[in-house]
Design a protein around this ligand. Structure first.
Ligand code: SF4
Ligand code: SF4
Length: 233
């Protein structure tokens, strides 16, 4: 290729590149000046799990059932818990989660009976170590004592209400039984059933053939005897 051809090829290629750059001047940018600007994450974005803070209690609801720890295929969750005195449910006292191992499979979220787990929206975590363990209870510890106090008071209130309801039901039952007993005592004794009247014997029809012959009158018998004597003489 001669020099003129090379110059022509170079100029063509330059113009092609410049045309791409020129078109980009009028299109919406697909990049952003991170970290100077916060990225807008899509709804589908997911990162390592975290505990949900519920509005009504202002804390999480992990009852340390260990279901998430047992189902996690990456073995990245470690939980401990105990049952505070006066409460029915247990509370987590340790919830460590190794972000480096989590594969975002979501199994822990699916099995949680109190729905207190969700994917976090963390996007800028970085570190210099292999160990990347987060304490998920961090941020909840401060209000834990106040929550326990409220929860124990609520439990006691509910227990008292249950006991009152049970006592009321027992009282109503006893009252009903007493009323029924009083009603039964006040009811008159049932009279003895009247003996049935003996029925008159039905007349027995006797046929002429089977009926015994009526005795002949005495005069007729005497006449008959005289006739017999006469015949004999
Ligand atoms: S998302 Fe999956 S890998 Fe991550 S902690 Fe939950 S169960 Fe384990
Ligand atoms: S499954 Fe839910 S309630 Fe049970 S230990 Fe895990 S986070 Fe806590």
């Amino acid at each position: 290729m001669n020099a003129i051809g090379s110059i022509f090829n170079g100029a063509t290629s330059l113009l092609k590149g410049m045309s791409v750059t020129f078109r980009a001047l009028f299109t919406k940018p697909v990049t952003m000046p991170y970290p100077h600007k916060e990225p807008e994450l899509t709804e589908a974005y997911r990162s390592a799990i975290e505990l949900i803070r519920f509005e009504e209690t202002d804390t999480h609801d992990c009852v340390a059932c260990l279901q998430c720890e047992q189902i996690c295929p990456s073995f990245c969750i470690k939980i401990e818990g105990d049952r505070p005195e006066g409460m029915k449910k247990k509370r987590a006292t340790r919830f460590d989660m190794d972000f480096a191992l989590c594969s975002l499979c979501g199994l822990c979220i699916d099995v949680c009976p109190t729905t207190t787990l969700k994917y976090s929206r963390i996007y800028d975590e970085a570190g210099y170590q292999r160990e990347w363990v987060h304490d998920l209870l961090d941020g909840f510890r401060e209000g834990e004592a106040a929550y326990l106090e409220r929860a124990i008071a609520e439990e006691a209130e509910k227990a008292a209400a249950r006991e009152a309801k049970r006592a009321a039901a027992a009282e109503a039952k006893a009252k009903k039984a007493a009323e029924e007993a009083a009603k039964a005592a006040a009811a008159p004794e049932p009279e003895a059933a009247a003996a049935p009247e003996p029925q008159a014997a039905a007349p027995v029809e006797v046929s002429d053939e089977s009926a015994p012959a009526e005795p002949a009158p005495a005069s007729a018998a005497a006449d008959s005897a005289k006739e017999e004597e006469g015949e004999g003489a």
